[in-house]
Design a protein around this ligand. Structure first.
Ligand code: UDP
Length: 268
């Protein structure tokens, strides 16, 4: 699978249909890098480990896709978690092997999402769900209880909406204890969107690279720091990556002009 390097993260250059097809054939763990993830990855070793364990790293954000174009290595498609998840259950509407467990969101919200999706799909494709209490990830007993619940549900797919980096870390730390689960999806706020609890940004805004603005305006107190402070160095870092690759190309060009490959050794 081809990857594109953005700030030292190898992002898979896949289309949605390739990803859906690969997931059904091979299974795997999907993470969806966006600006927030790429910035967190620079200082969070546990998140780096979770990313190392992932099988698919697909571009969640139009801004990251624009950055790939600016770097001269364009990613073919933006596949955000909130688009991937509905596409995944629609794709598997009639596939009896796909049974999904939803983990995350506030109490009652995952149940609403389960109900809505199952009604839309005409079968119980979401077999069970659980909204864990605050701080659950540090409580081993609670984590064991969750693993048992997922196992007992018969799920073959685990969709986790705990926000980054919690969801990626939880999956990477527990996926080996869930042998029946073949597909792991880290999907952020998607459960809230599916339940109709939070509004997703209009499609035109997502396509214009403005989904962050919509989210910022709908939850300013929680998200201002993420979008206005923590994410801003991203643009400078991308500019630095561009400068480095341009100067590397330039140096390579000079080296080649001193050592032209076309000059064959002479046989006198
Ligand atoms: N969340 C949760 N438990 C936690 C922390 C967060 O269930 O301990 C849920 C929260 O209710 C919301 C989602 O995680 O549904 C937050 O996702 P966020 O907006 O951070 O995700 P993004 O889509 O931006 O990655």
């Amino acid at each position: 699978m081809k990857t594109i390097n953005i700030l030292d993260v190898a992002i898979h250059d896949l289309s949605m249909s390739e990803l859906l097809d690969n997931l059904n054939r091979l299974g795997g763990f999907v993470v969806t890098p966006n600006v927030d993830h790429l910035m967190k990855l620079r200082k969070d070793a546990e998140l780096q480990e979770a990313y190392r364990q992932s099988d698919y790293r697909v571009c969640d954000s139009k801004i990251v896709q624009y950055a790939s174009q600016f770097l001269g290595t364009p990613l073919i498609e933006k596949i955000s978690g909130s688009d991937l998840f509905p596409a995944f259950y629609e794709y598997n509407k009639n596939n009896p092997n796909i049974k999904i467990f939803l983990l995350g969101a506030a109490e009652g919200i995952a149940q609403q999402a389960q109900h809505k999706i199952n009604q839309k799909m005409g079968r119980n494709i979401i077999v069970d769900c659980y909204s864990p209490p605050f701080g659950f990830e540090k409580d081993d007993q609670e984590c064991q209880k969750i693993l048992k619940k997922i196992h007992n549900s018969g799920a073959t797919v685990l969709a986790v909406g705990l926000g980054a980096p919690k969801q990626e870390k939880w999956i990477s730390q527990h996926k080996n204890q869930l042998p029946n689960v073949k597909i792991f999806l880290a999907i952020g706020a998607t459960i809230d969107f599916e339940a109709g609890y939070k509004p997703r940004s209009p499609k035109w805004m997502s396509e214009a690279g403005l989904e962050w603005l919509h989210r910022l305006l709908s939850e300013p107190q929680r998200l201002w720091k993420r979008y206005l402070i923590e994410s801003t160095p991203f643009f400078w870092l991308i500019f630095q990556q561009k400068l480095a690759s341009t100067s590397n190309k330039y140096l390579k060009g000079i080296q080649e002009s001193f050592n032209p490959k076309s000059v064959e050794p002479q046989n006198d």
